[in-house]
Design a protein around this ligand. Structure first.
Ligand code: AMP
Length: 112
């Protein structure tokens, strides 16, 4: 299913892009919930964590590696949180797999 993130990948709509390669894209969340809040998404249209298949293993690996590297570049040496909201119960709004990286403040646990 196409989503607004496909338009960010194709540059039809702008985003503050922190990293781009052949497999994934990292960009600032438009509605940040922490001083640093960015998303890492695969360029492949995968709807959610629930839709991953064996062939996506390297894609997910790249996304998480990029999350780690961009977090370091964004100064999150004190730590951060990585979240993949999944489907309705997980509170997923955009149906394109994405990893939230949030940091720059002490985050509470558990989330709501
Ligand atoms: P989720 O609830 O996990 O699906 O989160 C979707 C995230 O995408 C939210 O944090 C939104 O603020 C973010 N978002 C939606 N549209 C855009 C956009 N055009 N650019 C950057 N972030 C966006």
């Amino acid at each position: 299913m196409s989503s607004i993130f496909s338009k960010i990948i194709s540059k039809e709509i702008p985003a503050d892009i922190f990293h781009e390669d052949d497999i994934c894209l990292a960009f600032r969340d438009i509605n940040p919930q922490a001083p640093v809040h960015f998303l890492v998404i695969p360029k492949k249209e995968i709807s959610s964590m629930a839709d991953l298949t064996n062939e996506d293993e390297a894609i997910v690996g790249r996304c998480l590696l990029v999350a780690s590297k961009v977090a370091a570049k964004q100064g999150l040496q004190n730590g951060y949180r990585l979240i993949a909201n999944t489907l309705d119960d997980g509170g997923q709004e955009v149906p394109h797999l994405h990893f939230h990286v949030m940091g720059g403040r002490k985050l509470t646990w558990p989330p709501g």
